[in-house]
Design a binder for this molecule. Structure first.
Ligand code: SAH
Ligand code: F3S
Length: 444
């Protein structure tokens, strides 16, 4: 039996895709290797959002191709966003690579591997568009071992944020049907999953133009309502919305749909209207503020996280100060801070006033320090209080015996004493200690 190892770079969507590919391969009679060392096939699921992510995957593949001196039968492949973006150019650059599989062709991987093992190696680049590919990602590898799962509800993005490569690598928006998604959630719950995260590049656009608005409710709100009725499911999260589609019908779901968790990740990108405009983000800081104010009025303790880019072309000291100011004002639980990375082919890449790298690094460090203090403050507030934790299992790295971890409804990571067989249980934990991104406690 041939063994496959998949290494994943990038976002939750990629994790979900890797998992689906693993499930398809298991179904086809392959097994999953525990490490690269005992694998017959190594696939790198790649990310293109920033240059650094691409360089990492290319560097890694360079090292892997050297293994072929000793093992000429080893099969090496790129899949995902960088594979989509660069296609056959990757084969030119790294001639020992066997497979390059784009984001709409992941379900073809088992066929390509069968082909290699039955008929010998010919490097393949398969990156064409494929209608209906959003419906091919549905199985999970070994869901029985997990309390939480990602569910892909749509693929692609029709927005044109001027810095972003995702519309190129992931294609146009395509949504799965509510029935299909419900069937997947129900199947996961049957396997013991208690929490699902509904994934898409822009979930607030889910079903747009395909599923009609009903009683003033967007297709995404209809989906949330449907998933909320699945018996045995305890928690629902989603990732990521866009401020443009974050309307009152969605705000009103918080506190009404009992499974919907009190955490919103709402990417803002910048605190400067001038830059938001240059980024083609389609909202103003004030509109963003109003959404957050409504959410906090509805659920006062709601956790809020965001994405911010520093060093977008033309970002002045004043624009940067506006992002700093917005963070001070919002007091985010968590900020994913990105140094602007020039992606060729995007409109921002052609802008003339690129910010010097040293300045980007300086701004990144300054804002990072500030947002860490906010995160620490948000977490410290919980000391002395109980929190409901969904037990996910034992931490993979630095395994400390008798220690479990899980997340609160607000998506805070909590470590506490306990044993492994409690996975999937909800437990009240009394919080006794806090770091900026971790809480520690004892079962209450
Ligand atoms: N809509 C998707 C966005 C995917 S990219 C989502 O929210 O999941 C994730 C984040 O990466 C973006 O929100 C943005 O903050 C950051 N990002 C995207 N392109 C970037 C670039 N060229 N340079 C730096 N950061 C970028
Ligand atoms: Fe990218 Fe903007 Fe879509 S960040 S994924 S183009 S909403």
């Amino acid at each position: 039996m041939k063994k496959v190892f998949i290494k994943t770079y990038g976002c939750q969507m990629n994790e979900r895709d890797s998992d689906a590919v693993a499930a398809m391969l298991l179904d086809r009679g392959y097994s999953l290797a525990k490490s690269e060392r005992d694998a017959d096939v190594i696939l790198l699921n790649t990310c293109s959002v920033r240059d650094l992510a691409e360089q990492k995957a290319i560097g890694k593949m360079g090292l892997l191709t050297r293994k072929k001196h000793r093992r000429s039968d080893l099969v090496l492949g790129f899949m995902g966003c960088m594979a989509q973006r660069l296609g056959p150019k990757l084969l030119d650059r790294l001639p020992k690579v066997d497979l390059v599989i784009g984001t709409q062709k992941l379900h073809r991987i088992p066929d390509h591997l069968d082909q290699f093992f039955n008929n010998g190696h010919h490097p393949i680049s398969d990156i064409a568009e494929e209608a209906g590919s959003q419906d091919t990602i549905r199985d999970h590898a070994a869901p029985a071992a997990r309390a939480t799962a990602f569910v892909s509800i749509m693929q692609g993005c029709d927005m044109q944020c001027s810095f972003c490569i995702v519309p190129t690598t992931r294609g146009a928006e395509r949504s799965r049907s509510i029935e299909d998604i419900l069937a997947e959630v129900r199947a996961l719950v049957t396997c013991g999953v208690k929490e699902v995260t509904l994934l898409g590049q822009i979930v607030t656009s889910y079903g747009r133009g395909v599923i009609p608005i009903r009683d003033g409710k967007s297709p995404f709100v209809q989906l949330l309502e449907a998933v909320n009725t699945v018996p045995g499911l305890e928690r629902i999260r989603f990732f990521s919305p866009h401020p443009q589609g974050f309307r009152d019908d969605l705000i009103e779901c918080f506190g009404r749909l009992e499974k919907l968790c009190e955490h919103v990740h709402l990417p803002v990108q910048s605190g400067s209207d001038r830059l938001l405009k240059a980024m083609c983000r389609t909202y103003t800081v004030d509109k963003y503020r109003r959404i957050v104010a409504k959410l906090r009025a509805r659920v006062p303790d709601i956790a809020l996280s965001t994405d911010i880019i520093v060093g977008f072309p033309g970002e002045t000291d004043a624009d940067f100060a506006a992002s700093v100011h917005l963070c001070e004002e919002m007091q985010y639980d968590n900020v994913f801070l990105f140094k602007y990375s020039n992606r060729s082919g995007t409109p921002a890449a052609a802008m003339l006033d690129q910010v010097p790298q040293e300045e980007i690094v300086r701004r990144h460090h300054q804002l990072w320090k500030l947002t860490e203090t906010h995160a620490a403050r948000c977490n410290a507030r919980l000391i002395g209080h109980p929190a409901q934790v969904l037990i996910e299992g034992e931490p993979e790295s630095k395994k400390v015996e008798g220690r479990l971890f899980g997340r609160t409804r607000c998506n805070r990571l909590v470590y506490f004493p306990g044993t492994g067989h409690q996975r999937g249980q909800l437990l009240d934990v009394h919080i006794s200690r806090a770091k900026s991104h971790t809480l520690y406690g004892e079962p209450a």
